[in-house]
Design a protein around this ligand. Structure first.
Ligand SMILES: [Zn+2]
Length: 134
């Protein structure tokens, strides 16, 4: 019945008390080069990527109605991640800079920054990404 289909799954509970997961997602981009000497194909040669980093922050809304100001996410990611990797040779930043190892390093840097991220996704190409979740 259409009228029942529109009813809340939790009748009697307001939106403020309903247990839902609310997340913020902000995207960042950076350019970097790397070499994967162990790779059997052309990734063993020096090449670059236009990386895309998707940062997800989960939390409760505060009295302002926000989890965290998007500008604060940008400031922390810029300082703790982008300033370290943008326009660099990643092999000089971390050993064996695969997408998997790089996203794990980004997680450590954002922990150092005190950012309460819940998921990170690092896109190496339009089709290939590594995702880290807590
Ligand atoms: Zn590559």
């Amino acid at each position: 019945m259409p009228s029942q289909a529109r009813q809340s799954r939790n009748p009697g509970r307001s939106r403020d008390t309903c247990a839902v997961a609310l997340t913020l997602v902000r995207d960042f981009r950076f350019e970097a080069a790397h070499t994967l000497p162990w790779h059997p194909g052309k990734c063993s040669r020096l090449h670059g990527h236009s990386y895309r980093l998707e940062v997800t922050v989960e939390g409760e809304m505060d009295e302002r109605g926000v989890i965290l100001d998007f500008a604060d996410i940008k400031r922390l990611v810029t300082t703790f991640v982008l300033d370290r990797v943008d326009h660099t040779d990643l092999n000089g930043v971390i050993d064996n800079p695969t997408a998997e190892r790089l996203v794990a390093q980004v997680g450590d840097w954002l922990d150092e920054a005190g950012l309460a991220w819940s998921a990170l996704r690092l896109w190496e190409t339009a089709d290939c990404s590594a995702r880290l979740t807590r």
